[in-house]
Design a protein around this ligand. Structure first.
Ligand code: ADP
Ligand code: ZN
Length: 562
């Protein structure tokens, strides 16, 4: 009730209350004027004297058309006056007042009641939609991807307030408990194209069990504890994505300069995609053609990252020590690079600020590759039995200095608070201008600020998560490099069999470049094959391009996903 009452003291309703007060004062004024006239006329016309209170009493009974008739005029001018009073009462009190009350208060109130009631059920014929359970920065970024691709989606929210808020933002929302079969039916789960479960691990498990029992709609779920993946699959999830672990690995692989193989971010069979700091190689300062990376290792440089910008390199691109090279090649080729790189850079030491799940995964990644690291956290991580962290607030310069920030080679900033991350990036950059800083952005809008604060690389939880999910939804096997650039696999279109790469005109027709050719007979993939290479039956193409180019490729060569 308090909330309902509060409605009348907000926004438009408040202005309307002022209007009503004004109108009532006008009515009161009218009554007083008539009462005074009544007294004057009674005295002047009929010689009768009445009190002012009697005047008010008479005016009100006349205006409200009650007309007791106990006090009446007996002359024509008096009758005329009575008629005017009664008529103005009808207009001002019986018509305008109720009309104003209804249109200014009752109608807007009813309207707002109707508008602010969350949807409990989608129309019965709803189909082909993606159902999103759990709305946070990851699924918000996903919803943006889906909007761009014109894929319909519906968010299921257990909170009425959130449901109403999201609906106001223009999203389609169903209000209901995600683990309740009734709300799942209301969300038309059986007709949905995919379910995205983004709740806690136990809730996701529960949701998978409930949904799996009702329909065969595929379910993709995020898991925060990688050990729970099997449980979620058992419960009916088709994909269980350990997002926090992936993020931890992303951060760690970009922070260390050790060994080329430590930087593998993903793979297509034997073809590995690795991101390695130029600093960790002997090529820093050279142009791409002078570096002769292809000739000496067989690896192809398919991209360069510098402070958040991804570029496709040309022969004369300068390899800045701050940049990160994206390499494609086999494990053997990466080993060859490691041989050239040598062990001079082995003196790697990395500080990890924040020992949550992501920080812990980063530590695990470094541990496996024998890179020394120090974890710093305000509190002990009770879920982790593998690492011992320095307990202290990383925002204190004493804690940072005592942990050796001045001599560390790399820094991973991974607290759950972006302001803290920005502060830590800035402070560490100030103390150690040469350190490689890899920072985590919990909210996408803070990515730029982290770069501005001095980060060399920023990993955005939301965009990584959203891209993994989008790829799953589109049934794509692809590696996400950055917004707009994917590495993806296609089987060789039959029309191209027997042609050389040059004659296939893949690049001029679609804009996609061939990263590698997979060969059928278990031979290692051909990395960035020369243009005269003949495309043979059974080969797989691994291409790089943006979604637009990818679509053009599919249209032009009309392939079927293998
Ligand atoms: P996630 O699991 O996503 O990594 P968490 O909230 O579990 O997120 O992890 C963030 C970690 O960062 C927590 O362990 C928290 O104690 C730590 N943290 C936050 N602020 C600071 C700080 N100023 N100094 C040190 N550690 C911090
Ligand atoms: Zn740990």
């Amino acid at each position: 009730i308090a909330a309902e009452l509060a409605y009348f003291f907000r926004g438009q309703a408040r202005k309307n209350i002022k209007l009503l007060t004004l109108y009532c004062s006008f009515l009161a004024g009218l009554v007083i004027m008539y009462a005074w006239l009544f007294r004057v006329l009674m005295w002047e016309l009929e010689g009768r004297e009445y009190s002012f209170i009697t005047g008010i009493y008479w005016t009100i009974t006349a205006m409200s058309t009650l007309g007791y008739g106990d006090i009446t005029f007996s002359s024509d001018p008096g009758f005329l006056f009575s008629a005017i009073v009664t008529l103005s009462g009808v207009v001002f009190m019986l018509i305008l007042l109720p009309f104003g009350m209804i249109s200014l208060f009752l109608a807007p109130w009813i309207e707002q009641r109707l508008r602010y009631r969350a949807t409990l059920e989608l129309p019965e014929d709803t189909a082909g939609h993606v159902l999103i359970f759990g709305f946070d920065s990851v699924t918000r970024a996903l919803s943006r991807n889906l909007q761009n691709r014109h894929i319909p989606f519906v968010i299921v929210s257990p909170s009425h307030d959130q449901a109403v808020r999201l609906e106001e933002e223009g999203f389609r929302v169903v209000f209901g408990t995600p683990t309740d079969a009734k709300s799942l039916r209301g969300a038309r789960v059986e007709n949905a194209r995919h379910i995205i479960a983004n709740l806690s691990d136990p809730e996701n498990t529960n949701l998978c069990l409930t949904a799996h029992a009702m329909c065969t709609t595929p379910i993709a779920t995020l898991v925060s504890e990688p050990d729970n993946r099997d449980l979620l699959r058992l419960a009916g999830a088709d994909q269980a994505i350990p997002l926090k672990r992936i993020l931890g690995h992303y951060l760690a692989s970009r922070a260390t300069t050790r060994g080329a193989q430590a930087h593998i971010i993903d793979s297509f069979g034997a073809l590995q995609i690795a991101e390695i700091p130029v600093q960790a190689t002997p090529f820093s300062g050279q142009s791409l053609s002078d570096a002769k990376i292809r000739q000496s290792t067989g690896l192809a440089v398919i991209g360069l990252w510098e402070r958040g910008h991804f570029t496709t390199p040309h022969a004369d691109t300068h390899l800045s020590p701050k940049a990160l090279m994206v390499l494609a090649g086999t494990r053997e080729q990466l080993q060859a690079l490691e041989q050239i790189t040598g062990e001079e850079e082995a003196e790697d030491r990395i500080l990890i600020l924040g020992h949550g799940r992501i920080g812990c995964a980063a530590a695990g990644f470094l541990e496996q590759r024998a890179v020394p690291f120090i974890l710093i956290d305000r509190e002990a991580n009770v879920d982790c039995l593998d690492h011992v962290a320095v307990i202290g607030d990383a925002t204190s310069s004493k804690v940072l200095n005592d942990s050796g920030i001045e001599s560390a080679k790399g820094l991973i900033v991974t607290t759950n608070d972006d302001s803290t991350n920005i502060f830590l990036t800035l402070a560490s950059r100030h103390i150690n201008p040469d350190i490689r800083i890899v920072a985590r952005a919990n909210q996408e809008e803070n990515v730029d600020q982290l770069y501005a604060a001095g980060a060399d690389f920023v990993v955005s939880n939301a965009s990584v998560g959203a891209n993994i999910l989008s790829n799953i939804l589109e049934g794509k096997e692809s590696i996400f490099l950055t917004e707009g650039i994917n590495v993806f696999r296609r089987s060789l279109p039959p029309t191209l069999v027997g042609k050389s790469i040059n004659d296939s005109r893949i690049r001029p027709l679609s804009g996609c470049s061939i990263v590698a050719l997979e060969r059928a007979d278990g031979q290692p993939p051909l990395v960035v094959p020369p243009p005269e290479t003949i495309l043979e039956q059974g080969m797989g193409l691994i291409l790089i391009g943006n979604p637009e180019q990818e679509k053009t490729f599919s249209r032009t060569f009309r392939d079927r996903r293998h």
